[in-house]
Write a protein that binds this ligand. Structure first.
Ligand SMILES: Cc1cc2nc3c(=O)[nH]c(=O)nc-3n(C[C@H](O)[C@H](O)[C@H](O)COP(=O)(O)OP(=O)(O)OC[C@H]3O[C@@H](n4cnc5c(N)ncnc54)[C@H](O)[C@@H]3O)c2cc1C
Length: 497
């Protein structure tokens, strides 16, 4: 059983050049996940000088820990959007998902990217009879909009369910192979890519931006931030109107690829897909999601998922890993301009765990904005869209949880989530966490998150320090793994604490 993403297994990780000088560019894309690489793809033939930087290797961020389902059957999203906005908005979102899937398929076929793309059926289901009423509302939307579906009480792998909808539409792929394919073809274009190059600070100057990285400064006329969670605060929008959900994924070998994807309408949500590579078929089972602010039962949730998998799906787990995504209170992502009436700084985030489609359409929208082209989805995903009823309710929940977590991390001395190998000390007013590994080596870090100063929690499964407020994650030696923090939390190794 390996604590590693299935998608990172067997892929050779070789970094491109690192930025070691000051440069200027027309358009700077920060972040080479699905949204950043797709944006670069659509800009590759433009008249502009395009530069892309990634703090790690492109394709190795959140997109490498996904389950890689490409479908518009995203829980009961259309009835939720109809209730929260109206049917027109729900239909627009549906079309954006379909367009995104077409884009992925076109990129794959035009560039001959081998990434295990397969067509499958999509299911949404429940095991709770009280939830069937919600499914009826989704069916209403499907009926009105000519989406063909069947009502079912069993999944193709014979898991019985109380109620489900089956749609003959959807695909799965290997997300890292796909992104590596785009990266390879971008290298053959005139785009400059720098890896292991972390953006630390972004400042708006007169008519350009200054982006400071570890070893060089970039001056750019426009900046597109695709770092999953932007590393700067956007007043009134981020972090205020967002939250982070953590989910766990387990995978093992199974005899037959049943060619379907399924998502439950439960709390927590569960999802299933299959993947065949090198004559081996894997089942990928994800779930046990929770707001990161509810971190106390994270370890329990991980174990629950593993037990569920062993009881209902298979005995042998080959990979287990976790991932998190940015959630928005009205279920739509934030894609577009940070400032009203000014397209010089753009972002894409808040994919609500559907970034394979939302990140792809983000690439098209952001590139169209830069190229001054019309795009029918600009308003739908605008950061400046109007507030809705559900949004207010969810906003209160997010911000209450975040504030509570922030305060708790400050006033509590010990956490249930810390395990016996963790010591917490305060040295010269700074909190230090010390993890002792199996070889008795001590690993020390500052445990205050550099982003917005929440205290970090030790994640004993992945052996990482995680921020329970905004999702930054660090390894046991303090290196930043995931933002929004742009700083490490290393303590001087020679210090004798
Ligand atoms: C458990 C789970 C399962 C999921 N399954 C699905 C699914 O089946 N289908 C689906 O549609 N979606 C799914 N998602 C959602 C999807 O994985 C994400 O929404 C998507 O991958 C996010 O892509 P991104 O480009 O925004 O981020 P990333 O892939 O993280 O890309 C951001 C890049 O920016 C870089 N970066 C970050 N900070 C900096 C910095 N300061 N300077 C330079 N570079 C930086 C990172 O290294 C990274 O490469 C799932 C999510 C979870 C949690």
């Amino acid at each position: 059983m390996e604590n590693k993403s299935i998608w990172k297994s067997g892929i050779r990780k070789r970094a491109l050049k690192k930025l070691n000088e000051n440069i200027t560019t027309d358009i700077l894309i920060i972040g080479g996940g699905i949204s950043g690489l797709t944006t670069a793809y659509f800009l590759r033939k433009s008249k502009y000088k395009i530069t892309l930087i990634d703090k790690d290797i492109c394709g190795y961020g959140i997109s490498a820990n996904t389950t890689g389902k490409l479908t518009f059957v995203q829980d009961l999203i259309y009835s939720k959007l109809t209730k929260n906005f109206n049917e027109e908005i729900a239909l627009k979102y549906l079309n954006s998902c379909k367009d995104a899937i077409k884009i992925v398929k076109t990129i794959i076929s035009r560039n001959k990217i081998e990434c295990n793309l397969e067509n499958v059926c999509s299911y949404v289901f429940t095991n709770d009879i009280n939830k069937i009423e919600n499914f009826k509302k989704e069916e209403e939307f499907y009926n009105k909009n000519n989406i063909k579906y069947k009502v079912v009480n069993k999944l193709p792998n014979n898991l019985s369910i109380k109620y489900g909808l089956k749609v003959n539409y959807g695909s799965v792929f290997h997300p890292v192979k796909y992104l590596m394919g785009i990266r390879k073809m971008l290298l053959e274009s005139k785009i400059d890519i720098y890896e292991n190059t972390r953006a630390i600070k972004l400042t708006k100057k007169d008519d350009y931006y200054e982006v400071i990285t570890e070893n060089g400064t970039i001056l750019a006329k426009k900046v597109i931030v695709c770092t999953h969670y932007p590393f700067f605060i956007i007043p009134g929008i981020l972090p205020l109107k967002s939250s982070i959900e953590k989910s766990y994924v387990v995978s093992g070998i199974t005899p037959i690829n049943k060619k379907f994807v399924a998502i439950s309408n439960e709390n927590p949500v569960y999802s299933i897909r299959y993947h065949t590579d090198d004559d081996k078929t894997y089942i990928i089972y994800a779930g046990s999601s929770h707001y990161i602010a509810n971190h106390f039962d994270a370890e329990k949730r991980y174990k629950e998922l593993i037990n569920d998998y062993k009881n209902y799906i298979g005995k042998d787990i080959k990979y287990y890993f976790l991932n998190h995504d940015v959630m928005t209170p009205d279920y739509l992502p934030y894609i577009g301009s940070v400032y009203k009436n000014d397209n010089s700084l753009l972002i894409a985030t808040g994919f609500n765990k559907w970034g394979m489609t939302n990140g792809t359409i983000a690439g098209k929208i952001l590139s169209d904005i830069v190229l001054d082209k019309d795009n029918k989805y600009i308003e739908l995903f605008s950061l400046h869209r109007k507030i809705t009823k559900d949004k207010v309710k969810n906003l209160i929940v997010y911000n209450y949880l975040n504030a509570k977590t922030y305060i708790l991390t400050k006033i509590k001395k010990e956490y249930t989530f810390y395990h016996e190998n963790i010591e917490i000390k305060t040295v010269e007013g700074k909190k230090i966490g010390i993890y002792t590994d199996k070889k008795n080596t001590k690993h020390m870090v500052y445990i205050t998150c550099p982003h917005l100063k929440c205290n970090l929690i030790f994640n004993s499964i992945d052996k990482t320090w995680d921020c329970p407020c905004h999702g930054s994650r660090f390894d046991i030696d303090g290196n930043i793994l995931f933002g929004p923090s742009v700083y490490d939390i290393k303590v001087n190794k020679d210090a004798n604490y």
